[in-house]
Design a protein around this ligand. Structure first.
Ligand code: BG6
Length: 510
């Protein structure tokens, strides 16, 4: 959990196979991450990157396109001495995953590479496709013997989230993976775990005596977790129509943040200990009955609006989305953790695409100082609750609001704040850079164990199932989901949802 990548030792002779290489994840995250690794001298000298996709371009064109994406998404300037080694090792391959010929050819390319290198290759298969392909890919890699390891070389798979589409399919996928791969070969990724500011949540709350004693229901009124994005579906309609916001952003990203924020103290920072505590926490989250779903959740869909001074279409107008789609682009939930530390403290989670600003943050509102503890004069004043705002992105930082007497003759309390960090983070895809490197080095610390995934599905499954049932009715009766104009704070129903509890959402702004 350090700022710097501190242990080199990237194994030489590695073939990285990216399934879904022409997709958004590969363009926006993986290629920039590889470029950064190259800048830092952390790529293996013998490296081959094979990008597979249904509509992928020929190698030369693909290289050029990826170079443009790196220019677009990286904060560092493009330098050929760093891009060159990637470009030269990058190959594209048109692929239909249902055809054996795809895997025959892939295997041949890997074997040919091994011949050129004069040694066996390590193989890292990245599943950057939509989740519906994962089982097939895992099976085919194994069927063609590419899951085999030797004494000197390894074969690993990185499985993107969502891992399955619900508990049942996740169990099936996991059973299938276990059939062909040892646990050490499987890297279940949630890239939020690679973000420094997410790793810092645990350190911040556990290493400061200022906060440690407050971290419970005695002092905390409620918690809000917000993951707001300005991007829309970015050409990923097929993926998003399968997932919606709840599977895409809440089932893993938001719940992992919640776990770091509320889990019990592990006895060490050993990854297994941390995972054990996370699992315990997930188990303590109150199970949601289907009849309670309308009380603890709302959803919505963006309509046309202005984001970053640009007019953008509504979700239903995005190319490829059916006019009666009920897939939510916004979701908000209220959860409770039924353990001694948290019983009774509501935890509000919300996420949305095409919101007013890109912001991932945790907001903790502490309880008011009791009246009797305040001098009479101050009791009449509007109370100022202490709040802690932990911004994960775009600027990693913490802001603590306190009351104080401003200079002057009057005795009154005004809010003031203490800010830590908040330094503008560069547009660096730090998380993927770190995680790709870790996977190549065989370090699974920042990856997710399957029992965590199971527990996370158990939390959201009842909501998903209820929404699916409701969506059928909405479709039959031609009723749209609640709308919010792109570039705003979300649907009105979400505002009303939290207002019912006499609370309000924090403002999403830059
Ligand atoms: C991915 C989701 O896991 O996370 C995307 O599939 C989302 O829909 C992305 O845009 C957000 O990640 P980041 O790191 O850009 O905040």
């Amino acid at each position: 959990m350090t700022e710097e990548i501190d242990t080199p030792g990237v194994p030489d002779g590695t073939v990285l196979v990216i399934f879904g290489a022409s997709g958004d994840l590969s363009r926006r995250k993986l290629m920039p991450a590889l470029y950064h690794l190259s800048r830092e001298g952390l790529l293996p000298p013998c490296l081959k990157i094979i990008g597979l996709g249904r509509r992928i371009q020929e190698t030369e064109e693909f290289r050029l396109k990826m170079k443009h994406r790196v220019i677009q998404y990286c904060s560092h300037k493009m330098e050929d001495r760093f891009w060159g080694p990637i470009s030269n090792s990058l190959f594209s391959m048109k692929a239909d995953y249902s055809q054996d010929s795809t895997f025959v050819l892939l295997k041949q390319i890997i074997e040919e590479t091994e011949r050129q290198w004069g040694k066996k290759a390590n193989k890292l298969f990245y599943f950057a496709t939509s989740p519906s392909h994962f089982e097939l890919l895992a099976e085919k890699i194994a069927e063609f013997g590419m899951n085999e390891e030797t004494k000197e070389t390894w074969s690993r798979i990185i499985v993107e989230k969502p891992f399955g589409l619900d508990l049942k399919s996740a169990d099936r996928l996991n059973a299938l993976l276990n059939k062909y791969y040892d646990e050490e070969q499987i890297f279940r990724i949630d890239h939020f775990l690679g973000k420094e500011a997410v790793q810092n949540i645990l350190i911040f709350r556990m290493s400061n005596i200022l906060f440690q004693p407050l971290w419970n229901r005695e002092y905390i009124d409620h918690i809000q977790i917000t993951i707001a994005e300005t991007v829309g579906v970015e050409g990923r309609v097929d993926f998003f129509e399968q997932t919606g916001a709840i599977r895409d952003m809440i089932q893993s990203h938001a719940l992992q943040i919640l776990a770091f924020l509320t889990m019990e103290h592990p006895s060490s920072l050993d990854p297994e200990e941390i995972r054990d505590e996370k699992v315990r926490l997930f188990r303590a989250i109150r199970r949601i009955k289907s009849e309670d779903v309308p009380k603890i959740s709302v959803r919505g869909q963006y309509s046309e609006g202005v984001v970053n001074f640009e007019l953008v279409p509504g979700y239903l107008e995005e190319p490829g989305v059916s006019k009666d789609s009920k897939v939510e682009t916004y979701a908000a939930l209220k959860l409770f953790i039924d353990n001694f530390r948290w019983r009774g403290v509501p935890i509000y989670i919300r996420t949305g695409k095409r919101m007013a600003a890109r912001k991932t943050e945790i907001f903790i509102q502490l309880k008011q100082v009791k009246d009797e503890a305040m001098p009479m004069l101050l009791q009449k004043q509007k109370p100022i609750p202490n709040t802690i705002r932990m911004e994960i992105q775009p600027r990693a930082g913490i802001e603590i609001q306190m009351g104080w007497k401003p200079p002057g003759l009057l005795t009154e309390v005004e809010p003031t704040s203490l800010t830590i960090g908040g330094k503008a983070m560069l547009k660096e895809p730090k998380a993927y850079e770190r995680l790709l490197l870790d996977a190549m080095r065989g370090d699974s610390t920042l990856f997710i164990r399957y029992d965590e995934i199971r527990e996370m599905w158990k939390i959201v499954d009842p909501i998903i199932k209820t929404w699916e049932r409701e969506n059928k009715e909405l479709k039959e009766n031609n009723i749209p989901l609640p709308k919010y104009p792109a570039g705003t704070q979300g649907p009105k129903v979400a505002k009303e949802f939290i207002q019912k509890d006499h609370r309000k959402w924090t403002i999403i702004e830059n």
